[in-house]
Design a protein around this ligand. Structure first.
Ligand SMILES: Cc1ncc(COP(=O)(O)O)c(C=O)c1O
Length: 510
């Protein structure tokens, strides 16, 4: 039986057919949304604003009612998110084809939920997961959800920049060998490539190492959704043999925030289990507008093979101009011997020679010049170039950086952050993350925490890489680093007390 509010009468049905034929050039989900909105239905379905009839006025005044018109979830004339048969299935098929996957999932919980699902799909409680120490916090929560036991690989680290790169195939090989000595099964190897700063690991060799041992490779490619679309870009994870790649389409590409794609290739992944995990972690009311934005972002690239030409040129020119500015450095691969590919669109600028911290440079760029970087770190800020970047933006950026240089190179205000390198050592794990997450806890004063077992993820955001993970023994070095981030105005997520006067620790540590 059909829902009352969505019955298709004869006129509507004819109109739908007409609209579909006329709109053939549109991406399938956009076409479906348009056709659905053009039907003269009476909405007795959710959301309560009824396609904008009762849109809250402050927001409607800001964005109009059109976004509300299309703010719908699964309707009979749309599709089913978890068992698509129509427009969504077609949209996913087209995305898989473009991104080089065998199957693609659209995500409405960002890359975060894709990372969690990928870990849950490959690692059972007690399995080892081999992962980079600079993985995003969603990998930590994936480990907690799955009950896997992490075995970390420490990334190459440059202390002048206070930036970590990737990991090498040799590290993966020796870590697998060490892990195989224990009775635990290795469920997966998890690598972040590119990093937030655009540094890529040699996934081609890493995937060969993993597959030779029958271990699937999951790649957090949140920052690399654009790699397929320009010859100067690094190769994609799938093209290098990854079994799962998760990409934040909403970062460099042009879908709405919170939308990502998970791509699968090969036979190493239990797809049914992965689907169940995605089902468990995502909403049962996904926004069709968000899904349509993924489809539209895919369409934008499949209809324009030159989409990234201009911005790659702009980024290359910007780097040449910025390198000429006294006191300012531009991150390149010379900071990371052994790594040979980097995203040309990620421009990280070092400011320590001006006597500035990245936090201060960010404040000046934002408050005085209206330039907002994507990422702020201790000694640098990172700018994300993408299709929306224009020549005028680059001009303003370069003149803003000249202003910064002129203002500070003479005075060197002495606020550069030196000597407190981020601790990327292999942590001492007293409890595994899941045990620690569910253990009884207590709060202890920050200054008294050294030697305790951490009960929470303490994570400067961005980049969202935890300094401490639940279950790890808290070190002086980690406390120093967190203190430094906090005193420079950095934002720590995961902490019950964001001021960090107290840290939540596991009672079992006593
Ligand atoms: C490396 C990395 N992985 C995963 C994520 C999570 O992505 P999302 O914001 O799409 O959930 C981020 C977010 O910044 C990230 O930097």
């Amino acid at each position: 039986m059909m829902k009352m509010g969505t019955t298709v009468d004869q006129n509507d049905a004819e109109h739908l057919v007409e609209a579909n034929a006329y709109d053939d050039h549109l991406p399938p989900l956009v076409r479906a949304l348009k056709a659905s909105a053009e039907r003269k239905i009476i909405a007795f379905h959710f959301p309560g604003h009824k396609r904008g009839q009762a849109a809250p006025s402050p927001l409607a005044e800001l964005i109009g009612t059109k976004p509300f018109l299309h703010d719908v979830t699964e309707l009979p004339d749309l599709d089913k998110f978890y068992s698509p048969k129509g427009h969504l299935l077609e949209a996913k098929r087209l995305a898989a084809e473009l991104f080089g996957a065998e199957e693609t999932w659209f995500l409405v919980g960002g890359t975060s939920c894709g990372v969690q699902a990928a870990i849950m799909a490959t690692c059972s409680p007690g399995d080892t997961i081999i992962l980079v120490r600079n993985a995003h916090i969603s990998a930590t929560t994936g480990v907690i959800l799955s009950g896997a036991v992490p075995k970390y690989i420490v990334p190459q680290y440059n202390s002048e920049w206070d930036i970590a790169a990737g990991i090498t195939p040799f590290q993966v090989k020796s870590t697998i060998r060490e892990s195989k000595a224990s009775s635990r099964k290795v469920g997966a190897v998890f690598v972040t490539s590119p990093t937030y700063n655009g540094i890529c690991s040699n996934l081609n060799e890493i995937s060969k190492v993993c597959h030779s041992q029958g271990i699937p490779l999951i790649v957090d490619e949140a920052h690399g959704a654009h790699f397929k679309f320009h010859p100067e870009m690094p190769k994609t994870a799938l093209d290098q043999g990854a079994d799962i790649s998760i990409q934040s389409t909403h970062k460099v590409l042009c879908s709405f925030s919170q939308t990502s794609m998970l791509h699968i290739s090969g036979e190493n992944i239990d797809r049914e289990r992965l689907h169940k995990c995605l089902h468990a972690l995502q909403s049962t009311s996904p926004s069709w507008l968000f899904l349509a934005s993924l489809d539209a972002a895919r369409h934008q690239l499949s209809t324009d093979c030159t989409a990234f030409n201009d911005v790659v040129n702009l980024a290359n020119v910007a780097k040449i101009l910025i390198r000429k500015i006294p006191g300012i450095s531009v991150l390149d691969l010379s900071a990371f011997p052994g790594f040979s590919s980097m995203d040309p669109l990620r421009v990280t600028i070092g400011v320590w020679q001006l006597g500035l911290s990245g936090f201060q440079a960010n404040e000046i760029l934002d408050n005085d010049l209206g330039i907002i970087p994507e990422l702020v770190s201790t000694n640098s800020v990172t700018l994300a170039f993408s299709q929306g970047t224009t020549g005028e933006h680059v001009q303003r950026l370069v003149s803003g950086l000249k202003h910064l240089s002129e203002k500070f190179s003479a005075v060197n205000c002495g606020n550069a952050i030196t000597g407190k390198a981020r601790p990327y050592d292999v942590p001492v794990m007293s409890l595994n993350p899941r045990e620690a997450f569910f253990a009884s806890k207590t709060r202890i004063k920050f200054k008294d925490c050294s030697g305790e077992v951490c009960g929470e993820s303490l994570c400067p955001y961005p980049p969202g890489i935890p300094v401490l993970v639940p279950g790890e023994v808290i070190t002086e070095k980690a406390l120093d680093y967190l203190q430094q981030i906090k005193s420079h105005g950095g934002y720590i997520v995961g902490a019950a007390d964001p001021q960090l006067d107290y840290i939540v620790v596991c009672k079992t540590s006593h």
